[in-house]
Every structure is written in C-alpha cells, then in structure tokens.
Write a protein that binds this ligand. Structure first.
Ligand code: NFS
Ligand code: SF4
Length: 604
C-alpha cells in the first residue's frame, strides 16, 4: 500500500496491520486503496477514449474530404449509428451524415452536463439504476478530470464515494470512448465478419519483408495494409530480393486488422520482443499503448527498425515518422519503403514453426445475423438455449499477458473448462490471441465443448469461443448483453444475466477500467493474480458486495484458476435459478402439446 499523491509522502503501509495505519495526512488504508483504483480507472478510460477521439476526428476529416486514402467503408453501420444518435438520415448524402456523426461523437468528450449519447443504448432498467446512484456519465473528459481531482490530496476521503465515482468514470469508457472507437472503426474500416487467418510467431516469413504493426489505433495500420498490398510496393520488395511483403500484428492493432482484413497476428503482448529476436522482422511500426520501452534496447541487437508514429508516443532510439491522416497513404508508403530497404540487412534468423488456424471476427451484428439472417436476425436462439440449459451461461474472457504469470496459461486453463461445461466464451484483446495461439478459435473446437454448447454452436454455426475484436471492442459485449436483455426471457437488464467477466492475466490500467464498467453495467467480474486492494478489506468488500447489492455487478480478485472457475460457475448457477428453467420447460411443453397429455397420463 502506497500513496504518493502529495509530497508530504510517499506514505507506505507495510506489514500485517495496514488497516490500522494511516498516511501522514490521516488517509486510511481504505481511502488510499480506493484512490488507487479510481486513478487506474481514470487513466484506462483516458487511454481508450483518446483512441476513440482520434477516430472521431479521422471520421470528420473523411466527411470533409480531407483524409487522404480513407473512405467510409460501412455505410449501413454509419446509418445505424446515426439513428442511435438521433441524427436524421433521410435523403442525405453519406458525407453529411458522417459529419454529423463525427461531430456528435466529438461532443461526447467535452460535454459538461446531461449524459453521454450511448447511455440510451443500455436497457432502461440499467439507465434507471445509474440515475438512482448518480453515476450516469456526463462527458468523457469531465469524468476523467473529476476522478483526478477527487483523488488528489485532501479531496474525497470516503472510500465508497471515491469508488462510486470510479464506476461513473468507467462508464464513460465502456458506453463512451470505447463504444465510439468500435463504431467509428467499423464505419471507416468495415464491421467484422468471420474471416480465417493464422496466429503466432510462425506467421513471419523467411523469404518476404516482415513488417510488424503493433499498438492500438487502426488508422495507420489499415493504411499500412493498403500500402503493403500495392503493386508498386510489392515490385519494390522484389527488386530488393524478397518474394513479397508480409504483414503481421501484435497486441490490439493485430486484433483490429485480424478481424477486419484477416491479417495474421504474430501474437499478444508478451510476444512483442519475441518477434524481434526471431531476427526476421525488418520493421516494427508502433503507435500507442502496450508498446514496451524495452523494444528500443532489443532492436539494437538485430537489424529491425523500430518506427514510432504517434505524436503522443515517442521512444528514444526509435525512428519517428509522424502519422497525419491528411497524408496517410504517402506516410504509409514511406514507412513500407523504409522497411523494404532494410530487408538486405537481415542476418541470421529463426522463425519458430508454430502457428494456428483461427476463425475470428464475431461482431455483435454478425452474431445476431447468424441467428436468423438479415431480416430475422435476433438473439432468440441464444436466449432460448440459455433458458433451457443447453448453454449454462456466457463468460467474457478478456485482457492482457502479465510476466508475473506464465503467459496465456491461466486463460487457456480456464477456457478449456468453461466450454467443456457448456459455457459459451466471448473474447477480446490479448486473451483472444492466447486462445488463437492454442487452437481454441476454430470450429473444430466444438469437439471440446460440452454436449449442450456443441449442439447450439452447430445449430447457429459458431465456434464455442468467439473472438470479438480488440479491447475497445469489449463494448460489443455490452451491446450483445443489451440486445439479449431486450430479446427477453432471461432478464430485462444486463444485471441478472448468467454472465461473468474474467480478466485472468491483466496488467494494464485499461483492463481495470473495462472490468469496472462491466461491474457498473451489471456483470460480476473476476480478475486474476494478486489483488490491488489487498491492503483494505473495506474496499474489497465494497467492490464485491456493496456494488453487487446496488448494481448486480461486482469486481473481485482471485489468485488461482481453480478459484476463478468455481466462483464463475457459482455466480452463473445462482443467476440461472431453477425456477426459470422449469417455467420454460412447462411453457415449451404446452406449446408443443405434449405437456398436458403427459400430466393427464401422470394423474390418471
Ligand atoms: Ni487491452 Fe490491447 Fe493486450 Fe492488455 Fe494491452 S494490447 S487494449 S491492454 S496487453 S489486452
Ligand atoms: Fe501521504 Fe496523504 Fe500525501 Fe497520500 S495524500 S502521500 S497519504 S500525506
């Protein structure tokens, strides 16, 4: 336990009796732990939301005809988003609608009062709960700023109050910045639908120029994909002795181009240095988030060029080529050319012979479409399967790698057990890539699923583990849950659904923001590894029990996969309730006209 929010400190609490200690200003262990959580959430929300903001400005530039090489790829999604935002679409040009959507998105950041536009997408009951507890977010920037203010020296000193504000700020991420990032990415680059690709270091190629794109924002990486596929660049690569240009992703940039373009992924967070030490990477192009500074030292021992592109993220020792959407294609070609020029410098290299086939790209739109087609798409089949017990529940497995834990092991141990127990898994981020690396993202994985889940997956035509995208795409899970609530039969709110969120190998502030917006949205959430609030039982209890009483969502830390598994099944079982299943069987029986004769037979 440590607070360094002012220079009276740092105040450290060590030993067993932390809860009897205070900081020099008198701050209790609970206050210090709660402030820590709230600051993590503010930083995580800032990261996802700033990503969303940049996309909104790109959309604006596209609408105004100022973004070189970009166009609106998914007009249907643009129209859907415009309607949700209350923007008139009738008889208007695509660019006019796009400009209004971009401006409305941008307005969400600086809004001072009222509420975020997408709050209206949540079930009515959820919106009412947020109002009741005063946690409906107003503007994204306002909530982040207020969190930083509240948690400063001598401001909010009530752990419960600090944690309620953390919930509010996290909602500005999930139903604000992240959801806007997802929607605008879909509008600009296409809404994902299932696509085949490969995952792991074996996607690097011996006889081609290997360019690894790493970071988070899809704007530059999509342009690099286009530049690398251009005949001009392929010819140039051939002139340098390579057979072509091979693109591979790392982290969430990988997920963005994987679920949309089927560009293979070289792996998740802890694969970033491994790709370089294969000796086969001509250039690693990075933008923002999860890009470790150690890359700059690692590339010194190999021929790899490390190229930073964001004005927000520079690394000493890297080559900086700043991205600007107004000249996007020119910059992308410049970067690709520089990478090709580096191919003749490749020396000894070893590409591990490991890669797996994957099927990825399950956007909420596609999952809905799979359940009834374009005109009759709904969540009815999935809801019914959960009600009648063929599917026990849905678990969202998300988040990072963390070198405190064996890479991917926790996630893979858990996913195996969930699908074997008829629990459908939806996944994003580095956890999704972990499943890909271990062969869990193929339809053949149905064989590892329990009989009920297998039947449903076969009927709907989906694998038991659904890769839904990058970390900002966790907002897709919120949309799925809202649509399942609207469909009826399970719960008329996200709270009450037999669903649990799990972040087993987390490390980033963003992960905590995600976990907490799921809790605020009514989902019980479990984080793996050590607890960041272990110094305060008061805070741990508020996050687990008080939040659950108020919001039907919670956050708890469990260090061990067995505990995570057992607790998840306990939470799902409690939520399923026996009565609902019985009612369903009866209603279904009556509708199928076998129930009444059966009862007659029994009582005859
Ligand atoms: Ni999410 Fe994606 Fe990976 Fe963790 Fe980092 S890449 S935004 S933070 S490490 S899952
Ligand atoms: Fe110590 Fe209080 Fe300052 Fe934190 S705010 S460093 S607990 S004196």
């Amino acid at each position: 336990m440590c607070c360094k929010h002012c220079f009276i400190g740092p105040c450290r609490m060590t030993g067993k009796n932390k809860e009897e200690m205070t900081g020099i200003c008198g701050a209790s262990a609970a206050t210090i732990a709660a402030r820590g959580v709230a600051r993590y959430v503010a930083a995580g929300t800032a990261a996802h939301s700033d990503h969303g903001r940049d996309l909104a400005f790109t959309l604006r530039a596209v609408a105004l005809g100022e973004a070189q090489g970009f166009k609106i790829k998914d007009v249907n999604k643009l129209v859907r988003v415009a309607k949700i935002m209350g923007i008139n679409v009738e008889g208007r040009k695509t660019e006019e609608i796009a400009l209004d959507v971009a401006n409305e998105a941008i307005a969400n950041f600086g809004r001072q009062n009222g509420e975020l536009t997408y709050i209206r997408r949540a079930p009515k009951k959820r919106q009412a709960l947020w109002k009741k507890y005063g946690i409906t977010p107003r503007g994204i920037d306002r909530e982040v700023v207020e969190s930083l203010h509240r948690t400063g020296m001598g401001v909010d000193q009530d752990p419960d109050s600090i944690l309620m504000s953390a919930l509010k700020t996290s909602l500005a991420d999930g139903w604000g910045g992240a959801m806007l990032a997802t929607d605008i990415s879909d509008i600009l680059f296409g809404t994902p639908a299932p696509v085949k690709a490969n995952v792991n270091l074996g996607v690097l190629r011996a006889d081609e120029v290997n360019i690894v794109i790493h970071g988070h924002e899809p704007t530059l990486s999509m342009m690099i994909v286009a530049a690398a596929e251009s005949p001009e660049m392929i010819e140039y690569a051939k002139s340098k002795g390579a057979k072509g240009i091979n693109l591979a992703g790392i982290c969430c940039t990988a997920n963005e181009v994987l679920v949309r373009q089927g560009v293979s992924s070289a792996g998740n967070f802890l694969n970033q240095e491994l790709a370089i030490i294969s000796g086969s990477v001509e250039a690693m192009i990075v933008d923002v988030q999860c890009v470790i500074e150690a890359l700059a030292t690692t590339v010194k021992k190999f021929h790899t060029k490390l190229i930073t592109t964001s004005p927000k993220a520079k690394i000493p020792g890297a080559t900086h080529i700043e991205f600007d959407e107004h000249r996007a294609m020119d910059i992308a070609k410049e970067i690709v050319k520089l990478s090709v020029d580096n191919y003749p410098n490749r020396k000894a290299y070893t590409i591990p012979d490991i890669k797996e086939d994957v099927v990825v790209g399950f956007s909420h739109e596609y999952i809905k479409y799979m359940q009834g087609g374009t005109y009759r798409g709904s969540f009815r089949p999935l809801n019914d399967a959960i009600i009648d017990g063929r599917v026990m529940g849905v678990v969202g497995m998300v988040g990072c790698n963390n070198p405190r834990l064996c890479q991917d092991k926790y996630n893979v141990d858990l996913v195996k057990r969930f699908i074997a127990n008829d629990v459908l898994v939806v996944t994003t981020g580095c956890a999704a890539v972990a499943f890909g690396k271990n062969g869990y993202l193929t339809p053949e994985m149905m064989d590892a699923a329990g009989p009920g889940l297998r039947e449903v997956c076969e009927a709907i035509g989906i694998p038991p583990v659904l890769h839904m995208g990058s970390c900002v795409d966790n907002s897709r899970i919120l949309t799925v849950l809202s649509e399942m609530a609207e469909e009826g039969g399970l719960s008329d709110d996200i709270g009450g659904m037999p669903g649990v969120g799990i972040c087993a190998e987390w490390m980033h502030e963003k992960a905590l923001a995600i976990g907490i917006y799921f809790a605020a949205s009514g989902v019980p959430v479990i984080f793996g590894g050590d607890s960041i609030v272990e110094g305060s039982s008061v805070v741990a209890k508020i996050m687990r029990d008080t939040w659950f009483e108020r919001l039907k969502g919670s956050l708890e830390f469990l260090p061990d996969p067995d505990q995570i598994f057992n607790r998840t099944i306990e939470l799902i079982t409690k939520r399923r309730g026996v009565s609902r299943r019985l009612i369903f069987v009866c209603v279904k029986g009556i509708s199928q006209q076998w129930f009444i004769p059966l009862i007659r037979e029994v009582f005859r």
